[in-house]
Design a protein around this ligand. Structure first.
Ligand SMILES: [Zn+2]
Length: 117
C-alpha cells in the first residue's frame, strides 16, 4: 500500500528495536486499528468506524494520524499544518515514505498508543 519501489527501506537506518518494529507493523497493516480488526472479522469497511471519537470516520491509518482528536497536540507538534488540512491516502503514503525521522516518530507513537485504545 505504501511501498512503490522494490528497494531497501531507508527507515531501517533511522530506527531500531521497538520503534522499528512498531513502524513496520503500522506500515504493513499489522496493527490493531479499527480498520484492521474489522478486516479480520470480515466486516464491511463502512462498519469499521472509529469507536473512540465521535467523528464517525473509518478507523484507518489516515484517521489516527491526521484526524483523531486525542492526538491533536502531538500531531501539531510534529506535522506541518498544511499536511493535516486535507489528508488523503496519498498524504499518508508520502508520510510513510519520508526519510525525516521526526515525521516518522508520530506514526510510531500512534501505533504504540493504539495498543492501549
Ligand atoms: Zn476517531
Amino acid at each position: 500500500m505504501y511501498k512503490t519501489d522494490h528497494e531497501f527501506e531507508k527507515y531501517f537506518n533511522l530506527f531500531d528495536g521497538k520503534r522499528l518494529r512498531s513502524f513496520v507493523n503500522f506500515k504493513m497493516c499489522n496493527n490493531v486499528l479499527r480498520i484492521e480488526r474489522g478486516r479480520w472479522l470480515r466486516q464491511d469497511v463502512n462498519n469499521r468506524k472509529c469507536t473512540l471519537c465521535n467523528t464517525k470516520e473509518v478507523g484507518d491509518e489516515c484517521h489516527y494520524i491526521f484526524k483523531y482528536p486525542l492526538f491533536t497536540k502531538d500531531r501539531n507538534s510534529v506535522l506541518p499544518t498544511r499536511l493535516c488540512r486535507n489528508p488523503n491516502m496519498y498524504t499518508v503514503q508520502n508520510l510513510m515514505n519520508t526519510v525525516n525521522k521526526r515525521k516518522l516518530v508520530q506514526p510510531c507513537s500512534l501505533y504504540q498508543s493504539s495498543y492501549t485504545m
